[in-house]
Design a protein around this ligand. Structure first.
Ligand SMILES: [Zn+2]
Length: 119
């Protein structure tokens, strides 16, 4: 439960996570199509088919890397950063942030810093 996360951070996390997941679905979709096409083509043209199969591996590997870099940039752009060290809070593993409300980098509490002072 992300109960310790302030609503503002929670909202930003959801915004990035939603876009992130959408990209991942696209990556898996493209990879799946290439794999099916590669298998089909390999029945008649082995070299071409297996080239497509091998090349299709670049899609999930490179895609996931690019998307996680994008997500980090995006999180900085919308201010989803640690109030202490300024690092992106969209940094895997998200467990520390979600379960304890702590920055994945400097491990200080994000929720306490974001709470209104003197209230
Ligand atoms: Zn930090």
């Amino acid at each position: 439960m992300p109960a310790t996360l302030p609503p503002e951070y929670d909202h930003k996390l959801r915004t990035i996570a939603r876009a992130h997941n959408r990209y991942l679905v696209w990556i898996v979709g493209v990879w799946f199509i290439l794999t099916v096409a590669g298998l089909k083509i390999s029945q008649t043209q082995r070299t071409l088919g297996f080239s497509i199969l091998g090349g299709s591996l670049v899609v999930p590997l490179g895609g996931v890397l690019l998307v996680s870099r994008w997500a980090k940039k995006k999180s900085v752009a919308i201010g989803f950063v640690c109030p202490h060290c300024g690092a992106s809070l969209y940094e895997p593993p998200h467990t520390r942030l979600l379960s304890r409300g702590e920055c994945p980098k400097c491990k200080q509490s994000v929720s306490e810093a974001a709470a209104p002072k003197g209230a």
